[in-house]
Ligand binder design. Structure first.
Ligand SMILES: *Cc1c(COP(=O)(O)O)cnc(C)c1O
Length: 360
Protein backbone atom coordinates (compact mmCIF):
# COMPACT_ATOMS: atom_id res chain seq x y z
CA UNK A 1 0.00 0.00 0.00
CA UNK A 2 1.24 3.47 -0.73
CA UNK A 3 -0.54 6.72 -0.06
CA UNK A 4 -0.08 9.81 -2.21
CA UNK A 5 -0.04 13.44 -1.15
CA UNK A 6 -3.60 14.37 -2.07
CA UNK A 7 -4.20 18.10 -2.67
CA UNK A 8 -7.83 17.66 -3.76
CA UNK A 9 -10.24 20.51 -2.97
CA UNK A 10 -12.92 18.00 -2.03
CA UNK A 11 -13.69 15.26 -1.31
CA UNK A 12 -10.27 15.53 0.21
CA UNK A 13 -7.56 14.01 2.35
CA UNK A 14 -8.61 12.55 5.73
CA UNK A 15 -6.40 11.78 8.73
CA UNK A 16 -4.75 8.41 8.16
CA UNK A 17 -5.35 7.51 11.80
CA UNK A 18 -9.11 7.94 11.30
CA UNK A 19 -9.12 5.77 8.19
CA UNK A 20 -7.18 3.02 9.98
CA UNK A 21 -9.56 3.06 12.93
CA UNK A 22 -12.58 2.90 10.63
CA UNK A 23 -10.98 -0.03 8.80
CA UNK A 24 -10.44 -1.87 12.07
CA UNK A 25 -14.07 -1.35 13.03
CA UNK A 26 -15.47 -2.12 9.60
CA UNK A 27 -16.77 -5.64 10.24
CA UNK A 28 -17.50 -5.39 13.94
CA UNK A 29 -18.12 -2.04 15.58
CA UNK A 30 -17.23 -2.31 19.26
CA UNK A 31 -18.40 -5.87 19.63
CA UNK A 32 -21.87 -5.44 18.18
CA UNK A 33 -21.06 -7.81 15.30
CA UNK A 34 -21.86 -5.40 12.49
CA UNK A 35 -20.55 -2.37 10.67
CA UNK A 36 -21.85 1.12 11.42
CA UNK A 37 -23.18 0.98 7.84
CA UNK A 38 -25.42 -1.93 8.76
CA UNK A 39 -27.03 -0.72 11.96
CA UNK A 40 -30.34 1.01 12.59
CA UNK A 41 -30.15 4.75 13.01
CA UNK A 42 -32.64 4.23 15.86
CA UNK A 43 -30.30 1.88 17.75
CA UNK A 44 -28.72 2.77 21.07
CA UNK A 45 -25.27 2.26 19.54
CA UNK A 46 -25.89 4.79 16.79
CA UNK A 47 -27.52 7.26 19.19
CA UNK A 48 -24.26 7.22 21.13
CA UNK A 49 -22.27 7.86 17.94
CA UNK A 50 -24.31 10.92 16.95
CA UNK A 51 -24.51 12.28 20.52
CA UNK A 52 -20.78 11.97 20.98
CA UNK A 53 -20.09 13.59 17.61
CA UNK A 54 -22.27 16.55 18.53
CA UNK A 55 -20.72 16.88 21.99
CA UNK A 56 -17.18 16.83 20.58
CA UNK A 57 -18.06 19.40 17.91
CA UNK A 58 -19.63 21.66 20.55
CA UNK A 59 -16.49 21.31 22.59
CA UNK A 60 -14.15 22.09 19.67
CA UNK A 61 -16.03 25.19 18.52
CA UNK A 62 -17.27 26.23 21.99
CA UNK A 63 -20.81 26.32 20.62
CA UNK A 64 -23.14 28.17 23.01
CA UNK A 65 -26.20 26.29 24.35
CA UNK A 66 -28.64 28.47 22.40
CA UNK A 67 -27.34 27.10 19.09
CA UNK A 68 -28.55 23.83 17.53
CA UNK A 69 -26.24 21.51 15.64
CA UNK A 70 -27.91 19.78 12.69
CA UNK A 71 -26.56 16.91 10.58
CA UNK A 72 -28.19 17.32 7.16
CA UNK A 73 -27.96 15.92 3.64
CA UNK A 74 -28.23 17.49 0.18
CA UNK A 75 -24.77 19.02 0.18
CA UNK A 76 -23.84 22.62 0.84
CA UNK A 77 -25.72 23.45 -2.37
CA UNK A 78 -29.07 22.49 -0.83
CA UNK A 79 -28.50 25.15 1.82
CA UNK A 80 -28.51 27.77 -0.93
CA UNK A 81 -32.31 27.19 -1.04
CA UNK A 82 -32.95 26.16 2.56
CA UNK A 83 -31.46 29.36 3.95
CA UNK A 84 -33.84 31.77 2.16
CA UNK A 85 -36.81 29.39 2.59
CA UNK A 86 -36.29 29.33 6.36
CA UNK A 87 -34.67 32.64 7.22
CA UNK A 88 -36.21 35.19 4.83
CA UNK A 89 -39.02 36.42 7.06
CA UNK A 90 -39.23 39.84 5.36
CA UNK A 91 -38.34 38.36 1.98
CA UNK A 92 -35.07 40.32 1.76
CA UNK A 93 -31.43 39.31 2.18
CA UNK A 94 -28.03 40.79 1.32
CA UNK A 95 -25.31 38.73 -0.34
CA UNK A 96 -21.58 39.37 -0.63
CA UNK A 97 -20.39 37.68 -3.80
CA UNK A 98 -16.75 36.59 -3.46
CA UNK A 99 -16.74 33.54 -5.72
CA UNK A 100 -18.78 30.93 -7.50
CA UNK A 101 -20.29 29.37 -4.39
CA UNK A 102 -21.45 32.73 -3.02
CA UNK A 103 -22.77 33.62 -6.47
CA UNK A 104 -24.74 30.38 -6.70
CA UNK A 105 -26.20 30.98 -3.25
CA UNK A 106 -27.17 34.54 -4.26
CA UNK A 107 -28.77 33.35 -7.51
CA UNK A 108 -30.72 30.61 -5.75
CA UNK A 109 -32.03 33.04 -3.12
CA UNK A 110 -33.52 35.19 -5.89
CA UNK A 111 -36.08 32.41 -6.41
CA UNK A 112 -37.49 33.01 -2.95
CA UNK A 113 -37.29 36.73 -2.37
CA UNK A 114 -35.22 39.84 -2.94
CA UNK A 115 -31.56 38.93 -2.78
CA UNK A 116 -29.34 42.00 -3.05
CA UNK A 117 -25.71 41.81 -4.07
CA UNK A 118 -24.17 44.36 -1.69
CA UNK A 119 -20.52 43.72 -2.60
CA UNK A 120 -18.55 41.63 -5.07
CA UNK A 121 -14.98 40.89 -6.10
CA UNK A 122 -15.88 39.58 -9.53
CA UNK A 123 -14.18 42.60 -11.19
CA UNK A 124 -10.78 41.01 -10.44
CA UNK A 125 -11.70 37.33 -10.89
CA UNK A 126 -12.56 36.99 -7.19
CA UNK A 127 -8.90 37.39 -6.23
CA UNK A 128 -9.61 39.42 -3.08
CA UNK A 129 -12.16 39.97 -0.30
CA UNK A 130 -13.83 43.37 -0.66
CA UNK A 131 -13.84 45.95 2.13
CA UNK A 132 -17.00 45.09 4.09
CA UNK A 133 -16.75 47.70 6.83
CA UNK A 134 -19.52 49.96 5.53
CA UNK A 135 -21.77 48.21 3.02
CA UNK A 136 -25.22 49.38 1.91
CA UNK A 137 -26.99 46.81 4.11
CA UNK A 138 -30.76 46.81 3.46
CA UNK A 139 -32.74 48.11 6.45
CA UNK A 140 -35.17 45.17 6.18
CA UNK A 141 -32.60 42.46 5.35
CA UNK A 142 -33.27 39.21 7.22
CA UNK A 143 -29.60 38.26 7.03
CA UNK A 144 -26.27 39.02 5.40
CA UNK A 145 -24.72 36.06 3.58
CA UNK A 146 -21.04 35.28 3.03
CA UNK A 147 -18.88 32.43 1.85
CA UNK A 148 -16.07 32.71 4.37
CA UNK A 149 -13.38 30.74 2.53
CA UNK A 150 -13.59 30.68 -1.25
CA UNK A 151 -12.46 27.20 -2.21
CA UNK A 152 -12.01 27.88 -5.91
CA UNK A 153 -10.24 31.26 -5.71
CA UNK A 154 -8.32 30.75 -2.46
CA UNK A 155 -9.52 33.80 -0.55
CA UNK A 156 -10.66 34.08 3.05
CA UNK A 157 -12.26 36.83 5.15
CA UNK A 158 -9.77 38.09 7.75
CA UNK A 159 -12.43 40.21 9.43
CA UNK A 160 -16.15 39.53 9.28
CA UNK A 161 -18.36 42.08 7.50
CA UNK A 162 -20.05 44.83 9.44
CA UNK A 163 -23.65 43.61 9.07
CA UNK A 164 -25.04 46.66 10.86
CA UNK A 165 -26.89 44.50 13.33
CA UNK A 166 -28.24 41.98 10.83
CA UNK A 167 -27.78 38.24 11.25
CA UNK A 168 -24.68 36.82 9.59
CA UNK A 169 -25.01 33.53 7.67
CA UNK A 170 -21.74 31.91 6.62
CA UNK A 171 -20.76 29.04 4.33
CA UNK A 172 -17.60 27.67 5.94
CA UNK A 173 -17.37 24.45 3.89
CA UNK A 174 -13.67 24.77 3.08
CA UNK A 175 -12.44 26.30 6.36
CA UNK A 176 -14.64 24.36 8.81
CA UNK A 177 -12.59 23.56 11.95
CA UNK A 178 -9.39 24.97 10.45
CA UNK A 179 -9.27 27.56 13.25
CA UNK A 180 -11.41 28.69 16.21
CA UNK A 181 -14.57 30.68 15.46
CA UNK A 182 -16.65 32.99 17.58
CA UNK A 183 -19.99 31.26 16.98
CA UNK A 184 -21.94 34.05 18.67
CA UNK A 185 -21.07 36.43 15.85
CA UNK A 186 -23.22 34.36 13.50
CA UNK A 187 -26.89 33.49 13.16
CA UNK A 188 -25.94 30.41 11.17
CA UNK A 189 -22.74 28.63 10.17
CA UNK A 190 -22.83 25.70 7.80
CA UNK A 191 -20.62 23.60 5.61
CA UNK A 192 -20.40 20.48 3.53
CA UNK A 193 -18.02 18.23 5.45
CA UNK A 194 -16.23 16.76 2.43
CA UNK A 195 -13.70 19.60 2.28
CA UNK A 196 -12.05 19.77 5.68
CA UNK A 197 -13.82 17.25 7.91
CA UNK A 198 -15.15 13.98 6.55
CA UNK A 199 -16.66 12.05 3.64
CA UNK A 200 -19.14 13.56 1.16
CA UNK A 201 -22.87 13.49 1.76
CA UNK A 202 -23.17 15.36 5.03
CA UNK A 203 -23.70 19.01 5.90
CA UNK A 204 -23.34 20.40 9.40
CA UNK A 205 -25.42 23.46 10.25
CA UNK A 206 -25.04 25.41 13.48
CA UNK A 207 -28.08 27.68 13.91
CA UNK A 208 -29.16 30.04 16.65
CA UNK A 209 -32.30 28.57 18.22
CA UNK A 210 -34.54 31.61 17.80
CA UNK A 211 -34.03 31.44 14.02
CA UNK A 212 -35.45 27.91 13.84
CA UNK A 213 -39.20 28.45 13.58
CA UNK A 214 -42.31 27.22 11.80
CA UNK A 215 -42.55 30.59 10.08
CA UNK A 216 -41.01 29.50 6.78
CA UNK A 217 -41.80 30.31 3.16
CA UNK A 218 -45.21 28.87 2.14
CA UNK A 219 -44.75 25.51 0.46
CA UNK A 220 -41.36 24.72 2.04
CA UNK A 221 -41.05 20.92 2.12
CA UNK A 222 -40.92 19.24 5.53
CA UNK A 223 -37.43 17.95 4.75
CA UNK A 224 -36.20 21.46 3.93
CA UNK A 225 -37.44 22.99 7.18
CA UNK A 226 -34.75 23.35 9.87
CA UNK A 227 -37.32 22.84 12.61
CA UNK A 228 -38.06 19.32 11.35
CA UNK A 229 -34.45 18.29 11.89
CA UNK A 230 -33.91 20.33 15.05
CA UNK A 231 -36.97 18.80 16.76
CA UNK A 232 -35.88 15.29 15.78
CA UNK A 233 -32.21 15.59 16.80
CA UNK A 234 -31.21 15.17 13.12
CA UNK A 235 -33.04 11.80 13.08
CA UNK A 236 -36.31 12.80 11.39
CA UNK A 237 -35.39 10.36 8.66
CA UNK A 238 -32.33 8.19 8.07
CA UNK A 239 -29.29 10.45 8.20
CA UNK A 240 -25.88 9.81 6.65
CA UNK A 241 -24.98 7.46 9.51
CA UNK A 242 -21.55 6.48 8.26
CA UNK A 243 -20.62 10.09 7.48
CA UNK A 244 -21.59 11.16 11.00
CA UNK A 245 -19.50 8.30 12.42
CA UNK A 246 -16.39 9.32 10.45
CA UNK A 247 -16.85 13.01 11.33
CA UNK A 248 -17.09 11.98 14.97
CA UNK A 249 -13.72 10.27 14.65
CA UNK A 250 -12.24 13.38 13.02
CA UNK A 251 -13.55 15.53 15.91
CA UNK A 252 -11.77 13.21 18.35
CA UNK A 253 -8.61 13.42 16.23
CA UNK A 254 -8.81 17.24 16.30
CA UNK A 255 -9.20 17.22 20.07
CA UNK A 256 -6.22 14.89 20.40
CA UNK A 257 -4.17 17.22 18.19
CA UNK A 258 -4.85 19.97 20.72
CA UNK A 259 -8.01 21.61 19.39
CA UNK A 260 -8.62 24.42 16.95
CA UNK A 261 -6.05 26.95 18.22
CA UNK A 262 -3.35 24.36 17.65
CA UNK A 263 -4.83 23.53 14.23
CA UNK A 264 -4.74 27.21 13.34
CA UNK A 265 -1.04 27.45 14.23
CA UNK A 266 -0.31 24.31 12.24
CA UNK A 267 -2.29 25.57 9.26
CA UNK A 268 -0.55 28.97 9.33
CA UNK A 269 2.85 27.31 9.46
CA UNK A 270 1.92 24.96 6.61
CA UNK A 271 0.50 27.68 4.35
CA UNK A 272 3.54 29.91 5.02
CA UNK A 273 5.85 27.27 3.55
CA UNK A 274 3.96 27.43 0.27
CA UNK A 275 3.24 31.17 0.17
CA UNK A 276 6.85 32.07 1.04
CA UNK A 277 8.07 29.97 -1.84
CA UNK A 278 5.46 31.42 -4.23
CA UNK A 279 6.54 34.95 -3.24
CA UNK A 280 10.18 34.16 -3.94
CA UNK A 281 9.78 32.04 -7.08
CA UNK A 282 10.45 33.50 -10.50
CA UNK A 283 8.33 30.78 -12.17
CA UNK A 284 5.27 30.27 -9.93
CA UNK A 285 2.99 33.06 -8.75
CA UNK A 286 0.11 33.07 -6.26
CA UNK A 287 -3.09 34.53 -7.74
CA UNK A 288 -4.58 36.06 -4.58
CA UNK A 289 -3.96 39.45 -2.99
CA UNK A 290 -1.74 38.74 0.05
CA UNK A 291 -4.16 40.10 2.67
CA UNK A 292 -7.00 37.86 1.41
CA UNK A 293 -5.05 34.58 1.25
CA UNK A 294 -6.72 31.38 2.40
CA UNK A 295 -4.88 28.95 4.67
CA UNK A 296 -6.72 26.05 3.05
CA UNK A 297 -6.76 26.56 -0.73
CA UNK A 298 -3.72 27.97 -2.51
CA UNK A 299 -4.09 28.70 -6.23
CA UNK A 300 -1.01 29.49 -8.32
CA UNK A 301 0.08 29.75 -11.95
CA UNK A 302 3.21 29.88 -14.07
CA UNK A 303 1.56 32.24 -16.54
CA UNK A 304 1.96 29.67 -19.32
CA UNK A 305 -0.87 27.16 -19.81
CA UNK A 306 1.37 24.51 -21.34
CA UNK A 307 3.86 24.77 -18.52
CA UNK A 308 0.99 24.54 -16.00
CA UNK A 309 -0.18 21.32 -17.65
CA UNK A 310 3.38 19.94 -17.69
CA UNK A 311 3.73 20.72 -13.99
CA UNK A 312 0.44 19.02 -13.06
CA UNK A 313 1.43 15.94 -15.04
CA UNK A 314 4.93 15.64 -13.61
CA UNK A 315 3.69 16.36 -10.09
CA UNK A 316 1.16 13.55 -10.37
CA UNK A 317 3.84 11.12 -11.53
CA UNK A 318 5.86 12.11 -8.46
CA UNK A 319 2.95 11.38 -6.07
CA UNK A 320 1.46 14.89 -5.67
CA UNK A 321 -2.08 14.47 -6.96
CA UNK A 322 -5.12 16.65 -7.67
CA UNK A 323 -3.15 19.87 -8.17
CA UNK A 324 -5.04 20.98 -11.27
CA UNK A 325 -6.86 24.28 -10.68
CA UNK A 326 -10.65 24.54 -10.87
CA UNK A 327 -11.90 24.38 -14.45
CA UNK A 328 -13.11 28.00 -14.20
CA UNK A 329 -9.68 29.46 -13.31
CA UNK A 330 -7.06 27.05 -14.68
CA UNK A 331 -3.52 26.87 -13.33
CA UNK A 332 -2.92 24.94 -10.14
CA UNK A 333 -4.46 24.78 -6.70
CA UNK A 334 -3.08 23.04 -3.65
CA UNK A 335 -5.72 22.38 -1.01
CA UNK A 336 -3.89 21.91 2.27
CA UNK A 337 -6.63 21.02 4.72
CA UNK A 338 -6.25 19.96 8.37
CA UNK A 339 -5.33 16.39 7.43
CA UNK A 340 -2.48 17.39 5.09
CA UNK A 341 0.75 17.03 7.06
CA UNK A 342 3.39 19.77 6.81
CA UNK A 343 5.72 17.16 5.29
CA UNK A 344 3.36 17.02 2.29
CA UNK A 345 3.64 20.77 1.73
CA UNK A 346 7.42 20.77 2.20
CA UNK A 347 7.77 17.91 -0.25
CA UNK A 348 5.56 19.76 -2.74
CA UNK A 349 7.68 22.91 -2.44
CA UNK A 350 10.86 20.86 -2.98
CA UNK A 351 9.30 19.39 -6.09
CA UNK A 352 8.29 22.87 -7.31
CA UNK A 353 11.85 24.14 -6.79
CA UNK A 354 13.20 21.26 -8.83
CA UNK A 355 10.63 21.94 -11.57
CA UNK A 356 11.54 25.62 -11.55
CA UNK A 357 15.23 24.83 -12.06
CA UNK A 358 14.52 22.38 -14.86
CA UNK A 359 12.23 24.79 -16.67
CA UNK A 360 14.11 28.06 -16.17
C1 LIG B 1 -17.74 22.58 -2.34
C2 LIG B 1 -18.44 23.79 -1.84
C3 LIG B 1 -19.83 23.93 -1.94
C4 LIG B 1 -20.71 22.90 -2.61
O1 LIG B 1 -20.75 21.75 -1.87
P1 LIG B 1 -21.70 20.52 -2.25
O2 LIG B 1 -21.70 19.73 -0.99
O3 LIG B 1 -21.07 19.83 -3.40
O4 LIG B 1 -23.04 21.05 -2.59
C5 LIG B 1 -20.39 25.07 -1.42
N1 LIG B 1 -19.66 26.02 -0.82
C6 LIG B 1 -18.31 25.91 -0.72
C7 LIG B 1 -17.54 27.00 -0.06
C8 LIG B 1 -17.67 24.80 -1.22
O5 LIG B 1 -16.33 24.70 -1.13
Amino acid sequence: MSRVYNFSAGPAVLPEEVLREAAEEMLDYKGCGMSVMEMSHRSKVFQEIIDEAEADLRDLLQIPDNYKVLFLQGGASQQFAMIPMNLMKNGVADYIVTGQWAKKAWQEAQKYGTANKVASSEDKTFSYIPDCSDLPISPDADYVYICENNTIYGTKYKTLPNTKGKILVSDVSSCFLSEPMDVEKYGMIYGGVQKNIGPAGLVIAIIREDLITEDVLAGTPTMLTYKTHADAGSLYNTPNCYGIYICGKVFKWLKKMGGLSVMKERNEKKAKVLYDYLDSSSLFKGTVEPNSRSLMNVPFVTGDKELDAKFVKEAEAAGFVNLKGHRSVGGMRASIYNAMPIEGVEALVDFMKKFEKENA
